[in-house]
Ligand binder design. Sequence first.
Ligand code: SF4
Length: 573
Amino acid sequence: MKQSRLLTRLWEFQNKYGYIPDVAISEIAQKLRVSKIEIEGVVSFYHFFHRQATGKYIIYLNNSIISEFKGFHEVKAAFEKETGCTFNEYSKNSLFSLFETSCIGLSDQEPAALINFYPFTNLTPKKVVSIIKDLKNGIAVATLANNSKSKIQYTPTEEKTIFFRDYETGKAINNLKYLHNSEVLEIISKAQLNGRGGAFFPVAEKWTYCKNNTSKLKYIICNADEGEPGTFKDKALINNLPGLIIEGMIISAYASGAQKGFIYLRAEYQYLLNKLKDTLAEFREQHLLGETILNIPNFNFDIEIQLGAGAYVCGAETALIESLEGKRGEPRIRNSFPTDIGYNNKSTIVNNVETFAMAARIIELESDFISKIGTLQSKGTKLLSVSGDVAKPGIYEIEWGTSVQELLELCQATAPYYVQISGPSGECINETEFNRKFSQEDLACGGSVMIFNRSRSILQIIENFIQFFKNESCGNCTPCRAGNQILFEKIKKIKQGICTSNDLKDVQQWAQIMKLTSRCGLGQFSGKTFSMAIDKFDDYFNLKVTTCNNDCKVAFDMEQAVSDYDELIKNTQ
Ligand code: SF4
């Protein structure tokens, strides 16, 4: 057995027994010739692997902020009452186990839960009573589950729609017959395609690095692990246009010379697994995957699906590669790009679902079509997942350059006050910024837009975000592990009414320290929203601050204490 099979093997045990028994740990350790502790380390990293027995039905209730505002607590109480179980505890109940989980990609249909990984959406206490009753009566989970498809709420005019237009299998890749790989890279470059996962790295540049790598074996990885709370647009692409994503991967393989691809699908989307498998089978049948694709000599490429197991940090490309190799999904220390040292130390391209889909459309429609849409630096359209206090939550395909105000009108936001762009690690904006435009020049949104009205507590939003980061930190670096805990303590102080203006300054300093010293994006950006909110919603936070009558003196000057370290970090960057 290869180490890279580890996650799949663990899923087999998890699905068979409802948990990973000791015998599985011993068996796997023996086959891999590693210690049992090493296997335990991998199992403990992923939220969806259990080491204790669970009930026949494992219920994961999403605890994101959207869910909280839409009735999470009432639904949670109903599940506990109807099952007799307590959330996040293992019990002797042979039927049910209850766990909270972070965003499951259903923010437009909250409160939502996964029961044995089938989606249940728009839950109410009444619905919970009926679901649990039906499960107790032996009705199959699959028949009770919802159609969780997100509604495509908006696409631009036909001349400007890129993603949600008619799709014909093989239409994009058919053009490869007439293009040299360097011409493919030129077209992608001319269309100014940047990665759509949030980092916006130029795609043609990344693919060229891989093409120029002398390694004989190269890999393409599609990151289908969108875990940023509030994001569900990649799920919509997998649901509606799985072939387009696969074509994007094939184009990438052609351009770079890669022979093998992986789709790393987040476990929360495993109800889409068969759809992806069927699409891959269809491609193989039509000789669009496999050997000598499209009769192009030496063009051999095939794709495998790997299921994740519940770890937000695996959305970071090097963590995802580690996970794919069958290890704990801990981000690597950044001293090279995956195009140099990637999967199994070979040159690897990692792009997300939307990026591959866009690449396929560029080759199908040609770069001139794309170049006419968008702004100077942001070409084409962007998919947004819109949720929160809006009448029309769902998927929006907007032209880059669309303003926040225009989006608020499209989704019929009700008295918007606080908008969170790109999830908790993105940025928050207030009413004075609603004229800002979605674009790489201004608001470079990865895909999540959460909208809150004035009745919502900003503190509750921030608390939910920090709790999320605290849970999801892999714990490897101190600034992230300790920093998120410290930020959480500051929130507790605000709630207790004992927060001073110095605490708010501390928050901003910690956000900066975490940004400069954390290894990956999780730690680098987990303090960003809190820090920004203190500035952008200063009236709100000023009301939360206690004025100290005793002439409080700063006993410890953190700025001074870390100044040498700060300097050192800056000089080594
Ligand atoms: Fe892990 Fe946080 Fe460090 Fe990222 S920043 S490697 S999540 S501890």
